[in-house]
Write a protein that binds this ligand. Structure first.
Ligand SMILES: Nc1ncnc2c1ncn2[C@@H]1O[C@H](COP(=O)(O)OP(=O)(O)OP(=O)(O)O)[C@@H](O)[C@H]1O
Length: 491
């Protein structure tokens, strides 16, 4: 199967998200799709996989024009896309989900054993861990991804598109995924398209890359290539690494004393932590290991079941998030559009929400402030744009632009998730500047390199247990990788 995209254009009002893109993807190849935030990568992949129509242009498969009008039509043409959050159905088991949508799959008109055997064959071939009777809810992110992948393969897909597939999965799970993708491309002759900001993944996996910038196709390269070469292709030159000047560490501003947290899955007793002004505490761990619960409790968004939370000596235990906010403890959620930002509201309306208005909203002031922040944070968007119209990276910048200038404590879930290298560096410049003026920061990340680079101390979460790494300078990414998988004897 060879795919040709011919003169693809996509316009969203005044935004030309894809501008005359002509490119060929050949079978047997793993192709990286690179570009800065907002470059048009997701748009192009959504057009190819039927999630969005092109404004104009043509898609040909093996020389014949095809319509990818809707994801089902695209799958019918052999093209399937794995979404970042796989779209599986919560109440089903693995087997039900796998058979759903396959011919004869609904209500098991073909026998359960037929699908069970097929699922077992895929699992065995790729070393995937997919127990047929397990409810979807109980699967890890990596298992959901594996399930979605084998489901698409069983539907006969010959081109697989993956958007940031390694977020929140362990090193071993990533190896299993990459080995499977190599087999599919190099042994079975499939096309694999990988959208990723993680250049080490691109270098490890891809046979070639294409680069988009501001909606246009600006480059293509056969691999191997170094990180520097890829960065130069994407940004037109080398990027300066943000300087991390040693910041003066002040007095303890925030502490947990024997705090007990729990939710439906995790029980975390005896949590103790003291954070000083200007200190950066990084939280490492696979998704679901307890760090989310921990961060939310630190910001008054989750109840505690024992112990005390102190802020500058004042007891905050049991207080509401609003009380934390008043005392300059600010939480930034990873969920962006689901939580930190509100779909349907414009950028100015977001600013109006966080500004202190008495007694009525001062719209001109909110608009003016947002315009300044758009400029300052180099946001690709306008004050009147709805937040969901911005690319993921630009939504993250808006989230940063809404934070107060010098809070006491910032609690940030994955502050650079989905950001291109330049934007991630830039966000850290902003955070380090706040730290220099005394703000303490607790942040989580799936990027071990980010944790090691920016943290004064790291807390590693595994199944609700917390292990503190005090000497970050002596820790390397390998060690940390083992620890988040539960192997602490490497430390
Ligand atoms: N539904 C939409 N409505 C309006 N504009 C949109 C919509 N979807 C995307 N855009 C705009 O199209 C441009 C390209 O966005 P796209 O999401 O394709 O970029 P991207 O390269 O995938 O970025 P990122 O790496 O940040 O995810 C951006 O300017 C974005 O704001």
């Amino acid at each position: 199967m060879n795919i040709e995209l011919l003169h693809i254009h996509k316009r969203f009002g005044p935004v030309h998200a894809n501008n005359d893109i002509t490119v060929t993807f050949n079978e047997g190849r793993i192709i990286g799709v690179l570009g800065e935030n907002g470059a048009g990568k997701s748009t192009l992949m959504k057009i190819l996989s039927g999630y969005q129509p092109a404004t104009s242009g043509e898609i040909r498969i093996d020389g014949k024009p095809v319509s990818t009008n809707g994801p089902l039509a695209a799958i019918g043409s052999g093209i399937g896309m794995l979404q970042q959050d796989p779209l599986d159905v919560g109440a089903f088991t693995v087997l039900e989900n796998f058979s759903y949508g396959q011919p004869g799959g609904l209500f098991f008109r073909k026998s359960r054993d037929y699908f069970k055997k097929q699922l077992a064959e895929y699992s065995q071939r790729f070393g995937f861990d997919l127990p047929p009777e397990m409810p979807i809810d109980a699967l890890s992110i990596a298992q959901r991804q594996q399930l979605e992948m084998v489901r698409l393969l069983a539907l006969g897909v010959r081109t697989l598109i993956l958007d940031e597939p390694t977020t929140g999965i362990s090193a071993e799970q990533k190896d299993a995924l990459f080995n499977a993708l190599r087999e599919l491309a190099h042994d079975d002759g499939m096309i694999v398209l990988l959208v990723s900001h993680k250049l080490e993944d691109v270098i490890a996996l891809c046979d070639e890359v294409i680069v988009l910038r501001a909606g246009e196709l600006v480059g293509a390269k056969e691999m191997p290539a170094t990180t520097q070469e890829l960065v130069a292709l994407m940004f037109g030159g080398e990027l300066p690494k943000p300087e991390r000047a040693p910041a003066p560490i002040g007095d303890v501003v925030f502490s947990l004393r024997d705090v007990h947290l729990r939710d439906t899955r995790l029980d975390m007793p005896n949590l103790n932590l003291s954070v000083r002004a200007g200190e950066v505490i990084g939280l490492a761990g696979l998704d679901g290991s307890g760090q989310t619960l921990f961060m939310r409790a630190c910001a008054g968004l989750e109840p505690t079941h024992g112990g005390r939370i102190l802020l500058n000596g004042a007891d905050m235990t049991g207080k509401h998030y609003r009380d934390y906010l008043t005392r300059q403890v600010v939480f930034g959620a990873a969920g962006r559009i689901e939580e930190g930002l509100v779909a349907g509201l414009t950028l100015t309306e977001h600013m109006a929400l966080v500004m202190d208005h008495k007694p009525i909203i001062q719209w001109p002031a909110a608009r003016q402030r947002m315009t300044q922040q758009i400029d300052h944070y180099a946001i690709r968007g306008r004050p009147g744009d709805h937040i969901e119209q911005l690319s993921g990276g630009n939504q993250q910048r808006v989230l940063m632009a809404l934070l107060p200038d010098a809070p006491q404590l910032l609690v940030l879930e994955q502050p650079t998730r989905g950001l291109d290298v330049e934007s991630a560096n830039w966000i850290w410049q902003q955070l380090l500047a706040r730290r220099e003026s005394g703000t303490a920061i607790i942040f989580s990340s799936a990027e071990l390199e980010e944790l090691v680079t920016y943290s004064d101390r790291i807390l590693v979460f595994y199944a609700g247990r917390v292990h503190e790494v005090t000497n970050v300078a002596d820790t390397n990414i390998d060690e940390l990788g083992h620890m988040i998988g539960g192997e602490f004897n490497h430390a």
